[in-house]
Write a protein that binds this ligand. Sequence first.
Ligand code: NAP
Ligand code: ZN
Ligand code: ZN
Length: 350
Amino acid sequence: MVMSKVKSYAAQSATSPLDNYEIERRTPKTTDVQIEILYCGVCHSDLHTVRNDWGGTIYPVVPGHEIVGRVTAVGDKVTKFKVGDLAGIGCMVDSCCRECDNCKDGLEQYCEKGMVGTYNGKERDGSGTTLGGYSKQILAHEDFVLRISDKQPLEAIAPLLCAGITTYSPLRHWKVGKGDKVGVVGLGGLGHMGVKLAASMGAEVTMLSHSPSKESDAKKLGAHKFILTSDKEQLKSVTKYFDFILDTVSADHDYNLYLGMLRTNGVMVCVGAPAKPAQVPAFNLISGRKTLAGSLIGGLPETQEMLDYCAEHNIVSDVEVIKISEINEAYERMLKGDVKYRFVIDMASL
Ligand code: NAP
Ligand code: ZN
Ligand code: ZN
């Protein structure tokens, strides 16, 4: 198979910064869609992976799984896309493809054989490690490519491919709707989408943040209330208050603080993935019949549903567009919680 050389950005180790790198991509297989990447969002998972916070990073790693661009080639058997179409790729590029029960149900993220992540994943044909969107070009099986609206700014759509679906999916799964009291913990990439989406579904949304400077932004994004989590008085006002809490925090933190804010039968869903395991006494769940759950991105049908929902309701991400040369600085700012509210790389700068 002919391989084409593609300009990209990679980290060579946990401590080396992201820098210029050339990768090889395969020519499209018959079912592949090839995309020229125009914008790629910067997810905190990129940073966790580059720094090997979770272990298991295979270097050199090319991060990036919030990808939007234009189709430049399609294989003979591709039916959903043609050259020139806008298209997106999120966190997965493959799975067992409808052989296991989860894939049959459109829950490819929970594929029983293991979904293939857009980067740091193992290609199912044994051809190596997947390389992500901090790159000029990418390709994937057409089933893993999403249709993108031409009615909204492309750079602001990119973060929907991870931050959008990761917050949309649990809100839908737990049927959050009108009148529900929802707390969103952490106002970053995921958090700001969580606020926008929960508000659009009719919930009363409270932002739970450790950054006092984010109060006015949280309200502009759609939050009805703002609680500074370091302020004991403010915390008292939300004791046993929420029906549903979406925890998007990337850093190690205490889940018990938030469990105490749930009403009887309340549900707290962790989407943030800190490196350190949390300690939760059973009694904090027993009293009040509370649920502590987790959720991973979303399946392909639901990701398309979310993109269409956002196009219909005019929801996009609030983005700060950066050049690829600014990526290491962006990572440093994300570690400090200084993000408004998603960095997106303009790939023309690569
Ligand atoms: P982000 O943009 O960096 O936002 C994280 C937010 O967490 C910060 O803005 C900050 O909000 C809060 N935070 C940061 N440090 C904190 C600290 N020391 N104490 C308390 N709060 C702190 O990150 P993101 O891209 O939204 O990702 C968030 C997490 O979700 C990451 O762990 C990522 O890997 C994970 N993730 C999971 C999935 C999934 O499928 N489950 C998908 C994507 C990402 P405040 O300033 O408002 O407190
Ligand atoms: Zn992500
Ligand atoms: Zn499967």
